[in-house]
Design a protein around this ligand. Structure first.
Ligand SMILES: [Zn+2]
Length: 304
């Protein structure tokens, strides 16, 4: 405990200026390398104690360029950028998992990535959720509360699925802000963490027109993909996943994968795909960074 506090204080003293460097300080101050590698930490958090900080302000409605379902981006100058995305799905029944080795590999490689986390997944995996949140390499988008099919979902249930995930994220962020390690690291590190998710991915990639309109009004871009890896299928081996990525890579591509333990060979596939993409000159960016680098490729309907 004393070692942890001393480490946090030292990290705070040594933290260089700049929000992203400060946030790296937060990650190191709050978890040991072993805890990060395993997705472990202090354990379960009290769920009932929702802080007033967890009340989320509405986001401004989406500008026209971000409306519809976004499948890729045309980056300016055809810059070789690619967004790896990992869904953290969890349905109303049961608890899914967390692919800690996959995330450890991304960290080791310094690969930036986006995680679309279900609100219910955040609640059942608080420690990994906070680690992803505190890591300046990563961005967290919403994957709704409990992974319902948004094609034909009644308006009240739909809006509830969207809002509950935003609130759960904000509640966890407030929990992180209250930890001694975060207090010792200072406010700059927390300021680098968005107050709520600013991206959304539909469960099963399914939606209807009303759901797209609801997201536009809620200020959340609907992020789909240009490369599907098929990684939730147990028979989809690492070589096939890597080939799916490498065969279809273009500047501005968005790749969909899973990090909830249901991407059976995903981590192994990345050990082929990531070095090969780098060899081809690609740089890994988050989805928000990708959207800022060019024009989104949108459609007025979802894939399925
Ligand atoms: Zn999902």
């Amino acid at each position: 405990m004393i070692g942890r506090l001393l480490g946090a204080l030292l990290a705070a003293l040594l933290a260089p200026a700049g929000a992203s460097r400060a946030a790296a300080g937060l990650l190191d101050a709050c978890w040991t390398p072993d805890e990060l590698r395993d997705g472990q930490g202090r354990g379960a958090l009290p769920h009932a104690a929702a802080s007033p900080d967890a009340v989320v302000a509405p986001l401004p409605p989406l500008p026209a360029r971000l409306q519809g379902s976004i499948r890729a981006v045309h980056p300016a100058g055809d810059e070789k950028v690619i967004a790896l995305t990992f869904d953290l799905c969890e349905g109303a029944r049961g608890v899914s998992g967390y692919d800690a080795p996959l995330v450890a590999y991304l960290r080791e490689q310094g690969v930036r990535a986006t995680f679309f986390a279900g609100g219910k997944w955040l609640r059942s995996h608080p420690e990994p959720a906070l680690q992803l949140m505190a890591d300046p390499r990563f961005e967290i988008g919403s994957h709704s509360w409990s992974h319902k099919d948004f094609d034909g979902l009644p308006a009240a249930a739909r809006d509830d699925e969207i809002a509950k995930a935003q609130t759960e994220y904000a509640r966890l962020r407030a929990e992180l802000a209250g930890r001694a390690c975060a207090v010792a690291t200072g406010p700059a590190a927390l300021a680098a963490i968005p107050p709520q998710p600013a991206l959304f991915r539909f469960p099963y990639g399914r939606c209807d027109r009303a759901a797209l309109d609801a997201l536009a009004a809620a200020g959340l871009p609907a992020i789909q993909w240009s490369i599907v890896t098929g990684d939730p299928a147990k028979g989809q081996g690492a070589a096939a996943i890597a080939r799916a990525i490498l065969d279809r890579t273009r500047p501005g591509a968005i790749v969909v994968m899973h990090a909830n333990g249901r991407g059976w060979h995903t981590a192994e596939a990345l050990r082929t795909a990531i070095p090969e993409l780098r060899r081809r000159g690609y740089r890994f960016v988050t989805v928000s960074e990708l959207l800022a680098l060019g024009e989104p490729v949108t459609a007025d309907r979802c894939y399925e």
